[in-house]
Every structure is written in structure tokens, then in C-alpha cells.
Design a protein. Sequence first.
Length: 462
Amino acid sequence: MKILLAASEFSPLARTGGLGEAVAGIARGLVAAGHEATVAIPRYRHLADLGTRQDGIGPAEAIYRHEVGGAQVLLIDDPVSFDRAGIYGDQHGEGYEDQWERFGRFSASIRLLSAGYDLVHLHDAHTGPAALDNPAATVFTIHNPAYGIFGPLEDTADLLGVSSRYTEPEAALEWWGQASFLKAGIVAADRVTTVSTSFARQLTEDGSISGGLDGVLRALPHPVAGIVNGLLPEEWDPRTDPAVTAPFTPNRPFPRKATRAALLAESGLADGIVFGNVGRMAEQKGLHLLDPAIDTLVAEGLRLVLVGDGDLNPMVDGWAQRHPHGIWHTSYEERLARVVSAGADFYLMPSRFEPCGIGQMYAMRYGAPPVVRLTGGLDDTVIDLDESPATATGFGFRDFRTEELTKTIRRAMRVFRKSKAEYRRLQRNGMLTDFSWGAAVQHYLVTYEQAVTYRRERPAGG
């Protein structure tokens, strides 16, 4: 099958989080399964030296062809939109105000580029409008509905070059008088997926998570398919990772202590029970639940390493100022993210919602049992010790309350202090869990075939 994947991110060329990793994992898995996979992303400023130039299409001045991991990569060159700092915003983290125009132009190019492919796999709102009038069968994957893109309705339709019928009330592009890129992908695609089975259910039940589109999702002719993300085991291997101070394995975890010592030395924290977290300091990630209890937990021995930035920076920086030997907060760095997974005693993810999550998978792979809120993909990938002692990989709670998070952290700390055998079993179970992309890619291939069949059989204009 000849497949085009379109997204705003693709690791390692352009990545801010799990989206880029997921697109890379799917593309490599498709190639390994014998399919022809091509990935299209914007040619951001930092990619200006890559690729071989060919003629442009639609708003794109040119397309630059590159190759990564056996997959062809098309860098869509539109300097008006993407010759600027960052991916979504400048170095200060502020999103650009013209996102609808930037990714509307990108989506218009993708739609024109789609001819000649058997299947076009669109990822998140940035590519949603490319499903409108697409000549190929389409699958649209919702990675995080919190990042919707909205634009002026008529102007967006004109930019996309699509029929005005999509701007009519309740049509595919229209949402409360605006153009919704997320809704366009959901309604116009031949199949819709998201990145875990639990989150697929939540999207149709909770309008606060789906951006109010839960009714739209329930009305689809086919249910949203949940396919759990994976990771690339060859790139996340504690036996070969240069960020790891001393290599370790599930059967020989003891050298992991060297990376733990390195993490404590770099952070300047006193010894204790080390919890790590890598990602955006945002309310979705749930760290604000810790605020009422953080001083008490530090006094009880908790040590916390936070890697990443966001709206909650003032709160977590305040923690670090009060507890310079108990809490360390720093900006994201790939090497340090790996050191946290390989050196922390536990990995903390108390998310309000989590479509899939990737940090908990990295942490398990590197021997740090996760402490999570059991929601979305976290519920699908982490097994709580109390719920299944023999197969457990971490600790979880369900009610999004400070008391529940605090109780779960203390439960983890108690096991770490008093039951080393139980802790080692959690480590081993997590490290041996298969999070490779093979199974996920097979599910995607089934979905692709369903989309192709549906496109072939559905009425014209349907």
C-alpha cells in the first residue's frame, strides 16, 4: 500500500512531544511491514538545509525530498508560513496568532499532494482540513484535542479551496460560526482513530476533553478506533543509550544506581526517593494537584525533578525556591529527559486527561515505575500494584484529587522503602513490557483497509 502521512511533527526532524514520536513510529513500522510510507511535514526554518528540491504544489513554493529510517520525507516549503522561529511559536513559547492560516496553507498543499496515494493518514488538527474533498481514502488520528485550530469560516474555506457547502451550519468545517480544523478532520475522514482505547471512549463521553465535539464523534458512521502508541525500542535502550551512565537490563538492574547518582549530582538534590516528570508544566498534566501537599511530601523524603516549561512554571519554581535540595526544575533537554527515565526511582504523571502518554512508556523501559492517574492511555499502559500484584508495572489512582495523588505517592514510597523485592518486580515487569510499534501498525493497517473500502463504496459527495 502507498501511504502518505501528514503531520506538523516527525521525529527526529521536528518534535515537541509525543506527536512527532508517534508519526515516526508508524512510518517506520509501515516500512518494516513492506509498505511504501511517505511523511509530509512543513519545512521549518531549522530544516532549511535538508532535502532535494522539486516543484511546489498549491501554496507551497517547493517540496524538498529527504529520507529518514527508510521512509521518504517531503518537506513542504512555504516560507510565508514556516520560515520563522519554532514550530508553533517563537522561542518564548507563545503560539503564533496566524496558526489557522499557516496550517490551512499546509493542509491545502497536502490535499493536492494526496493524488496517487492509496491512503492518506492525517494527524491532529494541523492537517484536519486536508480530509475535505481529498482524492484518496483518509484516516484522521486525534492525538490531543486540546490543541484545536480555529479560523474565520469563509476565509478558511477560500484558503483551502473547498466548496462553500462546508461552511454551512453544522457542516464539516463549521463550528459555532468558525472554521474548526479538528472537526473538519473528524467529519470528512473515512475513518477516525485516537491513541488509546480508553481515550477513544472518553472522547465520545466528555465534551470537556473533546472540545465539545463529543456529539459529533458519537454521530460518526463508524466508532472512533483506539490504537495505543508505541516507542522505538532501538532508540530507547538502557543497554546502549549514551545518556545512561552504566548500561543495565531487566535481569541486571543494579548498574542503574550510577545514573541515579548522576541525576542527583546534576540536580543538586539531597538523597531521598526521586520522582521524575518530563513534559509541559500545564494544568492538563495535573501537577497542580501536588501544590497543597508538596511541602509535607518533601519533608517525608520525596525528591522531585521536573523537566519542561509551561503555564505552571511560577508554581513549580516556587516549590524549587522553597526546597532547593528537594525539588529541581529545568527546561527540556533530550539527554536530561533520558537521564530522568533512567535515574528516577518513580515517574510521575497525574494527568487530568492523557490521550496516550509516552513518558510512562519510556520510564518503564528504563526501570522507573510510573505513578499515574489512571485515565486515557495511562489506564491502558500502566498496571497498578494493588489491582494486579503479579503483573503490576506501577501505581495509579482514579479520582482527580490531591488526596488521592498524595496517598498514591506515599504508597509508592512505602514499597520503595520496605519491599525491595516488590519494587524490583515492578521494575522488571515494566522493562519487559513490549511497547514496540508492531502491534499498533497492524491495527492501523486494518483501519487503512477499512477506510479504502469505505471510500470505494460510499456515495459520491458522502
